[in-house]
Write a protein that binds this ligand. Structure first.
Ligand code: ZN
Length: 258
């Protein structure tokens, strides 16, 4: 089993929730006052039986009009059409927009041979919420496809992959474990999207339940250290994967090379 980051780029986001590409080499943060700056890393994991994509990014194209996600998968030597499972932590647009592609003005599934694993409560909330973080025109495509698998609570996708309801970032956010051949990958989605969130204990206002997210990070950090997990960080500005050590009662994150 092996995991790869499919780094999609860095972006600024203002109150309109629009993600604008941000190139630290050329662009100046001062020109985007009131924005937050984030990196986006979907992950690809090859297991014995599946090619797994974890969260799908913004679905952005490069200068040549090619999908960044597709190009990154190809660079690793895989065909995007080989993806057999798509695991979704939640459905905010920066995680879910890459579930579909647009061709001649029409949207279709980006990974037509994959099962898409989505939390049922998150799915329902995406449709009932007024939040501009959700793009239901994307979810409509998945709903019509027959590839949608709704899951609830904690459970198993197969012998390697399991999900846990977390509920801090959104009420029905879920996290994933992939365990095979003595390796354990953990994907905490937006509960723990940057490694530093564990070190600077804080409750964030962009979370549905910031205290819960903070408590979860603490718990995941303890388990990661005890069980040797490799943690995957979707919004990391540095290394996208890391292991956790506890030294003199303090957490330490050791970057893991791909
Ligand atoms: Zn996010």
């Amino acid at each position: 089993m092996k995991a790869y980051s499919l780094y999609e780029g860095s972006y600024s986001v203002d109150s309109s929730k629009k993600f604008v590409p941000f190139d630290p080499e050329k662009d100046d943060k001062k020109d985007r006052k009131g924005s937050i700056f984030i990196h986006v890393h979907p992950f690809l994991i090859q297991t014995d039986s599946d090619l797994v994509l974890i969260d799908t990014g913004l679905g952005y194209k490069n200068d040549k009009g090619q999908y960044v996600l597709y190009e990154n998968i190809k660079k690793l030597g895989f065909d995007p059409q080989e993806v057999s499972l798509v695991l979704m932590s939640h459905l905010h647009q920066d995680h879910a927009s890459g579930m579909v592609i647009e061709q001649d003005g029409r949207l279709s599934l980006a990974f037509p041979d994959a099962d898409y694993i989505v939390s049922r409560g998150e799915w329902e909330n995406a449709y009932s919420s007024q939040s501009s973080s959700y793009r239901t025109e994307i979810l409509d495509v998945l709903q019509r496809s027959g590839n949608l698998i709704l899951v609830e609570g904690d459970g198993e996708v197969n012998g390697t992959i399991s999900y846990e309801h977390s509920g801090g970032h959104t009420p029905y956010h879920q996290v994933f474990h992939l365990v095979e051949d003595g390796k354990h990958y953990f994907y905490g989605g937006d509960e723990w999207a940057e490694p530093e969130q564990l070190l600077r204990k804080f409750s964030a206002k962009y979370d549905y339940d910031g205290r819960k997210a903070m408590t979860l990070r603490e718990e995941y950090g303890q388990r990661a250290a005890a069980e040797g997990w490799t943690c995957l960080f979707y919004h990391s500005t540095g290394a996208a994967m890391g292991k956790v050590e506890i030294k003199d009662g303090a957490f330490k994150i050791i970057p893991v090379e791909e």
